[in-house]
Design a protein around this ligand. Structure first.
Ligand code: AGP
Length: 623
């Protein structure tokens, strides 16, 4: 949820930290701070608001002496969980004597009790945060043990919850000590310099060689070396990995917003996600990295799919395609609900976790619950070096590249693509009758990127519609069958970036209540595509036409997504966005793009903070 950066080496430390914080800003951006030690001076600064506030404050102090000539330090950008986003509550947090400086990602479950005990022992608290107890515990144990790394290990024994943190200290100098417990953390390796980062992009300009820390590992970083231990103090062998060198993807290019850039990247993302997974000669699907054997998948009797937000909507699409093609019963769960409902799963259940980041706390906790119940875990994620992937039995990567806008776009269409391919793969393994028909699907899947490009080419029509709808009171999104998850996603995207009220329903439900909200100031966005080759699609299409009539007869405005060549929908809808022809189960992958554009343009017209919407963060690493 928040971002951590650290540096030790010969570069001027503050510019390195500020640069890293700017790259981390999409993980949390309500306040920021840093603490550095250069020779005998300590420089410590925090501000509410975005990183540029911190930068301005630092520049206004003109600490040229401290800023230049090496040194070491830590920085943090925060998304508030405990206490308001104020200067006091911003990280780093200190002990009673300003000896220790701590930055923390995660959420402490037992901080109230710890705070009470520490206060009773004379420690003076200055903030409302959970993190401050870490600083005071470190103070207590440093006094007893003498070495910072030992104090960190001892402190960790008192903590429950999620506590990835880094600390520097005046007393035990020339080192940064960091621990990972929950949210991710990695050490970046340079020439006689080391970096610390919660997320790779923060250090991408300086190094691509990293040691991703495992849960329960402690790193002791000095200018000359880095060593890892477990919580038992025993050395751990570092595993060195390379960050994907997509430094270019971390820049906005010519686009005004990352969200728009990422919408435009979807043809490539879907192409990359399909690459090498479709075998033309045999007409089969293959997943090289899956790591769950065909024999194991053949025995699967039930599938659970779990995710949050956009990934949950992908999961629901997965239910429609997996049941239609692989004929395996599928249950879909919000990750935050799954682990509290005593789910009935076992060794013949495949649990599919969907997460763009692979670091969403609720999703990770649900994955652990499923694993505890002997279910095989298959992770669908966009980040190979993520915790979810490390903890799962099998993995399918979505290959969308770094997604920086808080609103997920290209990761979503890639998730849908993976789920479609997986449905074909399981149909093939479980020998479903449908399998005879697979080549038609494979061919159409490979056409998706060019159809997404066509949709990008039609964006001006979506912009015109957005201009006409900008002052509407609210939006209702309707869909049926595999298009219903798209209605949910369309509404989520609109809320997220434009702050407009939006709801989604399975279209058959509107006469059971939602029709009451229809009036001329309410826009209804309907998924009304069809596929002549699919009888079920044609039944649902007819039903959708009736729903449009129901809305129109109450004076509602209708925006319809319809298939190229459709003559019925434009006669009754106020606005029609045409989608290139494809198979019914593939159409949602195309429908996503104009829905995203509609949200984007509405948000832009309304002057919203598109890439970093208010109250949101890209990765929700607290459960
Ligand atoms: C997407 O637009 C949202 N920002 C959010 O719902 C997101 O999909 C959710 O937090 C899950 O994230 P994940 O896919 O990284 O697990």
């Amino acid at each position: 949820m928040s971002g951590i950066i650290g540096y030790i080496g010969d570069r001027p430390v503050i510019p390195v930290l500020i640069d890293g914080l700017k790259r981390l800003e999409y993980h949390g951006y309500d306040s920021a701070g840093l603490a550095v030690i250069v020779r005998d001076s300590v420089f410590y600064q925090k501000t509410p608001g975005r990183i540029h506030n911190l930068e301005e404050r630092i520049n206004s102090h003109n600490h040229a002496g401290e800023i230049h000539g090496g040194g070491y330090g830590i920085g943090h950008t925060r998304w508030a969980t405990h206490g308001k986003p104020t200067e006091e509550n911003a990280h780093p947090h200190c002990d009673c004597t300003n000896n220790l400086f701590v930055v923390h990602n995660g959420l402490l479950e037992n901080f109230r009790k710890l705070k009470k005990n520490l206060s009773a022992a004379g420690h003076v608290f200055r903030t409302e945060t959970d993190t401050e107890v870490i600083a005071h515990l470190l103070e207590k144990y440093l006094a007893q043990l003498g070495a910072l790394e030992q104090a960190v290990i001892r402190t960790a024994q008192d903590l429950t919850g999620q506590f990835t943190f880094a600390v520097i200290c005046r007393q035990d100098r020339e080192k940064i000590v960091a621990i990972r417990s929950g949210p991710p953390l990695m050490v970046g390796l340079g020439e006689k310099e080391y970096f610390l980062a919660s997320h790779g992009p923060a250090i991408l300009p300086f190094t691509t060689t990293v040691i991703p820390m495992a849960d329960g590992e402690v790193a002791i970083i000095s200018k000359d070396s880095v060593s890892l231990t477990g919580l038992d103090g025993q050395p751990r062998a570092p595993k060195i990995e390379q960050l994907s060198p997509d430094g270019t993807a971390s820049e906005r290019g010519g686009f005004r917003h990352y969200m728009l850039k990422e919408i435009f990247e979807q043809p490539q993302a879907v192409r990359d996600t399909t690459l090498g997974r479709v075998e033309h000669a045999s007409g089969r699907v293959a997943f090289e990295e899956l790591e769950i054997s065909s024999a194991e998948l053949k025995c699967i009797k039930k599938i659970n799919i779990i995710g949050c937000g956009t990934s949950l909507h992908a999961a629901l699409y997965g239910k429609y395609v997996l049941e239609a093609l692989a004929r395996i019963p599928v249950e879909v769960d919000f990750a935050s609900e799954f682990r509290y409902r005593n789910p009935i799963i076992g060794s013949d259940t495949l649990t599919i976790m969907i997460s763009q980041s692979g670091e969403t706390a609720d999703t990770l906790l649900a994955a652990r619950e499923a694993k505890k119940r002997n279910s095989k875990l298959l992770a669908i994620s966009n980040v190979l070096a993520s915790t979810l992937i490390r903890e799962s039995h099998g993995v399918i990567c979505t290959r969308s590249g770094l997604e920086r806008a808080v609103a997920s776009t290209k990761a979503f269409t890639s998730q849908l693509t993976v789920l479609m391919l997986l449905s074909l793969y399981l149909a093939q393994i479980q020998d479903r009758i449908f399998w005879d028909n697979s080549s038609a699907y494979l061919e159409k899947i490979e056409d998706l990127p060019s159809k997404l490009e066509q949709l990008i080419g039609r964006r001006a029509e979506v912009l015109t519609i957005a201009q006409e709808l900008a002052d509407f009171r609210g939006f209702l999104f309707l869909g049926r069958g595999p298009h219903f998850p798209l209605a949910l996603e369309g509404a989520l995207k609109l809320k997220e970036v434009s702050y407009l009220h939006a709801e989604a329903y399975a279209a058959g439900e509107i006469k059971h209540g939602p029709l009451a909200i229809i009036d001329p100031s309410m826009a209804t966005v309907v998924m009304a595509t069809h596929d002549l080759s699919d009888s079920n699609s044609m039944i649902l299409y007819d039903k959708m036409l009736s729903s449009i009539h129901e809305v129109k007869s109450r004076d509602g405005q209708v925006v319809a997504l319809a298939t190229d060549g459709d003559r019925e929908v434009p006669k009754i809808a106020d606005h029609t966005i045409f989608i290139p022809k494809t198979l019914n189960l593939l159409a949602p992958i195309l429908e996503a793009l104009p829905l995203q554009l509609l949200s984007y343009y509405l948000a832009d017209i309304r002057g919203c903070s598109i890439d970093q919407p208010r109250n949101l963060a890209k990765n929700v690493t607290t459960g």
